[in-house]
Write a protein that binds this ligand. Structure first.
Ligand SMILES: [Zn+2]
Ligand SMILES: [Zn+2]
Length: 409
């Protein structure tokens, strides 16, 4: 499909209003050190606009910044939709104590290719493409060579789609900064420029807005289902039924598993029933007891500190409970329950590029889509409050066409 230049909002060419004026900061102060370096070298920069937080506990506001123009191996993408992940909220609020401000979140990005560098062979102008949680990795370490970029052990780890390298220069060996940048800006923006190897193909059978959450929520649950080889007849327990739990349950069922969903929310029981999964209220001691030693795999999708001990007891001997939601210390685990049944509690983070493409293709083939609510970016702060209360069915996806220069008024 040929894409006319007018088919996407040409925001980086529209300079009617200065958003940085509205924020009271000069545009030049928002570039990272790397950006300034490149500017000095005469690299072309693109004007970009998005929603960002300038400081912890700040609200997301219109934010104007610059991106480097696509180099030979890079693809410029006009963002159409971006999912709202719970980690966006953790990051905006600095709840993992590693946020680099300004923070423009968003790592469930679906867009249309508007320009490609001269060496780009994998994508063409007009393609519908996706960008997930990573936009680069070291490419030399063991995990990278094994196509597990999400476990990159390079000096700076993988380069996150927003918030910069996973290992910032000040924590890297010798203060190294292999990506030459300290911060990156994510998908709550009109455009993004990404190396072609980290751009996914969105199958035509998927609606672009429904494809977006597959890029984080989907692959974060798909990867452990693949790694622990869930197959027909397995009993799988899903703890929590938000954005990740919704995808986890659908993907596990499509692999032939018998799926039970655990929730602390009475209102979700009926929804889980409606989707024809088995539902268990976590406070129902009798129901929990009846399920002792009966699961082949459990995934905890709860995005904050919680107690997994009641679920460890539900694992069969030699089976595993994988934490995919929380990235903070959990309540202590009673090792008696692990040791006497040789059970394992494991962690897993997002998935590789290959797994991300695989889950997109799998969803297209099996007619699986996350349940989503499409929102206007102007309501994103309200959406954050609802996500924190668990009051969303089940993923907010921002329609990026609502990000317009006039929005700053
Ligand atoms: Zn995410
Ligand atoms: Zn690596």
């Amino acid at each position: 499909m040929h894409l006319h230049a007018l088919d996407v909002p040409p925001l980086h060419r529209a300079e009617k209003k200065s958003y940085s004026d509205a924020l009271g900061v000069p545009t030049t102060s928002v570039g990272t050190a790397a950006y300034r370096l490149l500017e000095n070298q005469g690299e072309a920069m693109l004007k970009a606009v998005g929603y960002g937080a300038r400081r912890s506990f700040g609200r997301l506001k219109i934010f104007e910044f610059e991106r480097e123009e696509a180099k030979a191996d890079e693809v410029e993408i006009a963002v159409l939709y971006c999912g709202v992940c719970h980690s966006d909220i953790h990051q905006v609020k600095n709840e993992w104590s590693n946020t680099v401000y300004p923070c423009v979140p968003g790592h469930e990005i679906v867009g249309r290719v508007t320009r490609v560098g001269e060496n780009v062979t994998q994508h063409a102008v007009g393609d519908t493409v996706g960008v997930g949680c990573m936009i680069d990795s070291c490419r030399h370490c063991g995990p990278c060579k094994a196509f597990e970029e999400n476990y990159c052990e390079g000096p700076n780890g993988w380069l996150a789609t927003y918030n910069g390298p996973m290992v910032p220069a000040e924590l890297a060996p010798g203060g190294r900064n292999t990506y030459r940048r300290d911060n990156t800006y994510g998908g709550y923006s009109n455009l993004i420029v990404v190396n072609q190897d980290f751009v996914l193909k969105i199958p035509a059978a998927l609606k672009p807005e429904e494809a977006a959450p597959i890029l984080c929520a989907g692959v974060s649950t798909w990867s452990p289902l693949r790694h622990w080889d869930v197959s027909a007849g397995d009993r799988v327990g899903i703890i929590g039924f938000g954005g990740l739990g919704n995808m986890a349950a659908k993907l596990a069922r499509a692999r032939g598993a018998d799926v039970t969903v655990f929730t602390t929310n009475h209102e979700k029981i009926a929804e889980i029933d409606d989707m024809r999964f088995k539902a268990v209220f976590e406070g129902d001691k009798k129901a929990m007891k009846a399920l002792a030693s009966s699961f082949d795999l459990m995934l905890s999708t709860v995005p904050e500190k919680h107690d997994v001990n009641p679920f460890v007891q539900l694992l069969k001997r030699d089976s595993t409970l994988v934490i995919v939601g929380a990235l903070e210390p959990l309540a202590p685990i009673n090792n008696q329950e692990l040791a006497f049944h040789r059970r394992t509690v494991a962690g897993s983070v997002i998935g590789s590029l290959a797994e991300t493409q695989e889950v997109l293709d799998f969803c297209a083939e099996h007619g699986i889509a996350p349940d989503i609510e499409v929102i206007d970016i102007k309501t994103v702060n309200e959406a954050y409050r609802k996500v924190e209360k668990g009051d969303v069915r089940f993923r907010y996806v921002i329609d990026m066409s609502t990000l317009h220069p006039d929005a700053a008024a």
